[in-house]
Ligand binder design. Sequence first.
Ligand code: 8X3
Length: 250
Amino acid sequence: MNRIAFITGASSGIGRATANIFAKNNIDLIICGRRREKLDELASTLSEYVKVHVLCFDVQNFEETKDNIDSLPEYFKNIDVLVNNAGGAHGLCNFINSEIADLESTIDSNVKGLLYISKLIIPHMISNNKGHIINLSSIAGKQAYQNGIVYCASKAAVESISKSMRLELVPFGIKVTNIAPGAVNTEFSLTRFKGDKKCADAVYENYQPLVAEDIAKSIFYCIDLPKHVQIADMTIFPSAQSAATTIYKN
Ligand code: 8X3
């Protein structure tokens, strides 16, 4: 019987790449996001390999999240792998000049959304006595940097949540893996710079950044290990990066 994975933020980037690699390895999928068209298009491609169920909702809204998870057909409620990937950085700006709406959406998606999803899915894993939760943190969760106050805080929260989850869930046979990428060329910077493509592209110029597939492969590696092996924490940099804001460019 195939395993079943629930992936948030699956319409693009790391979430989408993870859905692709899971499907090619016979893992049935629940793909979640806010962009229905992109999810449907991904579902129609991946249905060739596995069963795919689409949920279109915003993780920032608890009621919407609950209604969507409650609506899952019985088969899809037996979730083996949860990939908490939805989130992003809204603005790169010093704290004094930052917008309240950006602070709210960064915390609401990266922290509250992750907690909502986990709170609704963990009971199913507990009743099955198995599961694996992958939380997408960031190097920003380990190392604070200038102009990133709320994003760094939100990812530091994810790091802490991963540790607490592991303490609580290991007795139920549930693994928890925290993944902290460095620079990955996705829509991340476009969101951070509010659609300014020139600024977003400049982040990834003059070195080879990671791509979404690099992180997806690492996620698949973690979930494909034997039952007795649990990766607790994985930090992944491009070879040119040595710290959150230290990238060797040439
Ligand atoms: C994204 C990586 O270095 O821009 O989480 O914070 S970084």
